[in-house]
Design a binder for this molecule. Structure first.
Ligand SMILES: Nc1ncnc2c1ncn2[C@@H]1O[C@H](COP(=O)(O)OP(=O)(O)OP(=O)(O)O)[C@@H](O)[C@H]1O
Length: 800
């Protein structure tokens, strides 16, 4: 046992070069299992933290119930005339919850105006002529000519029910008394006028309405619809009370039971569901009829009661409506147990409720487990991993304060520079109110020395990096490796891509240099099987796999309309041009991304559309980093713009409100298709995706057959546009076209299905040449020809 411990410690210290005579033993991770259930120290700690959280929530619920019970007893006390229980002053420090309670008490005692928040809308309707008291609905029934009494008809002053229904004051009062929302009122009114068969104009409808609730429906009466309604007609009580018809006397006595519902839930929320009214409300209303101070007090209590019911109803409705993936359960950030400073930053950024992936990630984080999390594009994965990242830093800083050089507690790795800078920017937003916490970025395209300086001058706790540059820093022993020894959390964004062949070696080296006692979270919108298998490279064996995409549903967003077009290769540029033209005409605030196979093809297409006078920008890896950053920022902020892009924009980049994504040619794999498509339809919005293929690329559809994608026909291109396009293409420099040809050939050669059949590949490449106006295919270097396996293929010209 002791030997194992020594070896484990030694292996950590001398992981790279063990001293002579010492056996190199690979640490297996996990601490001594000294806690019940085989849990290690951290798991045990997290388990208790989770329990504490649940307990706190329970207590808050209990407190809420207590408060409501107290409010009810106060109402009862006021109604029965008994004095309220005297309360002695308290001198102990007040907790936030007690403070809230005290505010609520003030609300009860001193009235609504004292505490009402303007954002909640007006608590009182505008004053009625001749009265500054809150409206009492019963006066409507008792006095008969209620409109005049309440001044509802002041606008038209004719005292008719037409005026009543058209009176904004009346609807305002109805809203105030019943707690109806604006939407409910509109539907309520709509029901009155349409669903119940009332004519569009208001004349006579009240009479018919009254008949309806009385149960009388004689055709004779119906014919009276168009007569003028006398001002003595009575407004039925149950319209205001949301329940019981029956006779007037029965209602007065309050013993109407089996009530016929005259409107649906959609109209009245839950107000028409209750059949028997609670006695307390009835008593309160009766009490409120008194036109004295007591009556007014009772009316206020009644309003509070309605307010509580309304808020409860809003909460319930919220749960039912928000069932989609973007906002799943409606759980609020301030209920989630994260740092209040982070909540403050989230609120400032306009986030109130969590998305599904955010909620799920927080729960695995609290369990202390490693996890692979799959969630569709645009569902808020970035915030999902930044929240636990910040919590991790806060905890770690509390536990080890005395470090001279602050360790990096959280390392976030992502595949592209643009994505890294987007993550760092979002982290800065969430860290806005956390003094002393910082985030830094390590990406290619900047000077290595500058990175080092930045890291020294502005030590951070969260580091966002791309694999290549991170490895450079680790290998040059720039001091970063030492800082990484304190790492508590590793996050891989676009994990499937980072674990794919292109990055695998780098990732293995990086992970080897990180401490094994850490929490690792992997995120992606797509998780192919082979990637899940090799994810153990990063994750502990007992990790969770969280999939927020429901089983059987496609990885793409259901709100994105997908279609594909099969068109001959030589007309692809023309088809894209026509698609863009059509889209621009139909969508005034268009924002389009056109994805091309390679950087050089992207560049060629950009030049072509620029010649065609479209408002275009280009982005690909051949551009300088500064230029790329500028274009990303511009496209994020603009509308009415087209971005011609290589795959540097295909993953993770959040361009808001993209209306259309066009993919020209076959994507490298199914995942690439899904990620490119994911640039539109983000944050639960709609979008459109078009895939343009040549006939020989059609086999790709097999990989996405589970997606809701439909065939569409190529748009018609008129002769005038065609000749204009030929002219534009002719203006582009031949060297650009030749480079595009080389890049095109390289890309398609790398695709398994196409690269196998070299003869066809060369044939299609020559077609591509024709379509971009090259008279003959440019010659290739012998080395390239051999490397691509194109030797002895007819149509290949080799450079001498
Ligand atoms: N809780 C939230 N409430 C409102 N908006 C949110 C919330 N969380 C994230 N967003 C917004 O949703 C958008 C998409 O978020 P994000 O870029 O993190 O998506 P993603 O899942 O990482 O997408 P991709 O798979 O493409 O990387 C962003 O504009 C972000 O500001």
């Amino acid at each position: 046992m002791i030997t194992t411990v020594i070896f484990r410690e030694t292996s950590r210290i001398y992981r790279r070069r063990p001293p002579f005579g010492l056996l190199w033993v690979r640490s297996m991770g996990g601490g001594a299992r000294t806690f019940p259930g085989g849990l290690n120290k951290w798991q045990w700690k997290r388990l208790h933290e989770k329990k504490a959280c649940e307990k706190e929530k329970r207590l808050i619920d209990q407190e809420k119930q207590l408060y409501q019970a107290r409010l009810r007893s106060q109402i009862r006390a006021s109604v029965s005339g008994l004095p309220e229980k005297p309360e002695g002053p308290s001198h102990s420090p007040i907790s936030p919850k007690e403070h809230l309670k005290a505010l609520a008490d003030r609300f009860v005692k001193h009235g609504a105006e004292d505490l009402w928040n303007d954002d909640d809308g007006p608590i009182h309707s505008p004053p009625h002529p001749g009265s500054n008291k809150p409206i009492d609905p019963r006066n409507f029934i008792k006095d008969g000519n209620l409109q005049q009494k309440r001044g509802y008809c002041s606008q038209r002053n004719d005292g008719s029910f037409d005026s009543l229904l058209n009176s904004r004051v009346f609807w305002g009062d109805l809203q105030q008394i019943r707690g109806f929302t604006e939407g409910n009122l509109i539907t309520f009114r709509g029901n009155l006028e349409q669903k119940r068969g009332y004519p569009g104009n208001v004349r006579g409808k009240v009479k018919k309405f009254y008949k309806h609730i009385k149960g009388s429906s004689s055709s004779e009466d119906d014919e009276e619809d168009h007569g003028t309604v006398s001002s003595n007609a009575r407004w039925p009580k149950f319209v205001l009370e949301g329940d019981a018809p029956g006779t007037e006397e029965e209602r007065e006595k309050g013993d109407v039971k089996n009530v016929k519902r005259f409107m649906g839930n959609a109209t009245l929320g839950n107000y028409d569901v209750k059949v028997t009214r609670k006695r307390i409300v009835q008593e309160l209303e009766d009490y409120a009829e008194q036109e004295d101070e007591e009556g007014e007090k009772a009316m206020k209590l009644y309003e509070i009661k309605q307010e509580i019911i309304e808020r409860k109803r809003v909460e319930e409705t919220h749960e039912v409506i928000d069932q989609d993936e973007f906002v799943a359960s409606g759980k609020r950030f301030d209920d989630s147990g994260i740092s209040p400073l982070t909540v403050k930053a989230l609120t400032a950024a306009g986030y109130a409720v969590m998305t599904r992936v955010q909620e799920d990630t927080l729960s695995v984080f609290l369990e202390g487990k490693d996890a692979f999390i799959k969630s569709r594009s645009g569902t808020g994965k970035t915030t999902a991993f930044l929240l636990p990242a910040i919590e991790t830093v806060l905890k770690a800083m509390n536990s080890d304060k005395a470090k001279r050089v602050p360790p990096i507690y959280v390392l976030i790795i992502c595949p592209t520079r643009e994505l890294a800078s987007q993550i760092a920017a979002e982290a800065r937003v969430l860290l806005k109110y956390h003094d002393g916490l910082g985030v830094q970025m390590l990406v290619g395209g900047t000077r290595f020395k500058d990175d080092q300086k930045r890291l020294e001058l502005d030590p951070c706790q969260i580091l966002v990096a791309t694999p290549g540059r991170l490895l450079d820093h680790i290998e040059t022993k720039s001091g970063l490796s030492t800082r990484l020894m304190g790492l508590k959390m590793l996050v891989l964004d676009e994990a499937d891509h980072l674990l794919s062949l292109g990055y695998r070696k780098d990732m293995e080296k990086i992970v080897d240099c990180l401490p094994r006692r850490r929490q690792s979270l992997l995120f992606s919108a797509t998780v192919p099987k082979e990637v899940r298998r090799i994810s153990q490279l990063v994750l502990k064996r007992e990790h969770s796999f969280i999939n927020t995409v429901d089983a059987g549903s496609p990885d793409s967003n259901s709100k994105v309309k997908q279609s594909y077009i099969i068109a001959p290769h030589d007309v692809h540029f023309q088809v894209v041009y026509q698609l863009l033209k059509d889209h621009i005409t139909g969508v005034p605030d268009y924002k389009v991304i056109v994805f091309c196979a390679t950087g050089m093809v992207t560049s060629l297409m950009y030049l072509f559309f620029r010649e065609m006078q479209l408002n275009v920008r280009e982005i690909h890896s051949r551009k300088a980093q500064l230029y790329r950053t500028r274009i990303v920022d511009e496209f994020k902020q603009s509308k009415r713009l087209i971005l011609i892009s290589s795959d540097v924009s295909s993953r993770g980049i959040n361009y808001p409100d993209v209306t259309l994504v066009i993919q020209v040619g076959i994507p490298s794999d199914r995942e690439q298709y899904v990620h490119r498509l994911g640039r539109t339809g983000r944050e639960g919005k709609d979008g459109e995706g078009i895939l343009l293929l040549a006939p020989w690329e059609e086999h790709f559809l097999e990989y996405i057959r589970d997606m809701p994608i439909e065939r569409s026909s190529a748009p018609h291109v008129d002769q005038h546009a065609k000749s204009k396009m030929e002219d534009s293409m002719a203006k582009i420099d031949t060297s650009v076209k030749e480079s595009a040809y080389h890049a095109w050939l390289g890309y398609y050669n790398s695709l398994r299905e196409i690269g196998r059949d070299k003869t066809s590949l060369v044939h299609w490449a020559n077609q591509f040449c024709e379509s971009i106006g090259l008279e003959k295919p440019p010659a290739l270097f012998r080395k390239t020809v051999v490397k691509m396996g194109l030797k002895d293929i007819p149509g290949i010209r080799v450079r001498k």
